[in-house]
Design a protein around this ligand. Structure first.
Ligand SMILES: [Cu+2]
Length: 149
């Protein structure tokens, strides 16, 4: 009992001056960023082709494939610098199909489908790689870059 009181007093002493972040950063109001994947006139694209994130902020990256073919997101630079909370997949009516937790390296998105990737960048990086790793897609223009500040 005495130990508990001492601990409580110690916590009270540390108080708000301690340089500690508040709560669970990965759940703090994620900023929604939409990355569209598609094809126009034989040119494959990510829209926008440049993404920017900030360390310590929670993001919901909506991967939206508007094409009748599948696409993929691959970025070694990004996955090395983020903490992934989950990837969420819903059906056409918006009902949850799956929540996938743990480290993610690549995500392939089916034709006309959407997937939400929840993560928190933890390390800055400039001009990180971004491409669709499906055969011929990067060559057709499906590349971009990511900066984490
Ligand atoms: Cu692609």
């Amino acid at each position: 009992m005495k130990k508990m009181i001492c601990l409580a007093a110690a916590i009270a002493l540390i108080g708000p001056s301690a340089a500690m972040a508040e709560g669970d950063l990965s759940r703090a109001n994620p900023t929604k960023v939409t990355l569209e994947m598609g094809t126009t006139d034989g040119h494959m694209y990510f829209k926008p082709s440049h993404l920017e994130f900030e360390t310590g902020k929670a993001y919901n990256l909506v991967l939206k494939n508007v094409d009748p073919i599948k696409h993929e997101i691959e970025s070694h630079g990004l996955v090395e610098r983020i903490f992934t909370r989950k990837v969420e997949i819903a059906n056409a009516s918006g009902d949850l199909v799956a929540e996938i937790k743990g480290n993610i390296r690549e995500i392939e998105i089916g034709p006309g489908q959407e997937v939400q990737w929840f993560f928190v960048p933890i390390q800055p990086g400039e001009k990180l790689d971004l491409k669709c790793a499906l055969e011929g897609h990067a060559e057709a223009g499906m590349v971009g870059d990511i900066t984490i500040r």
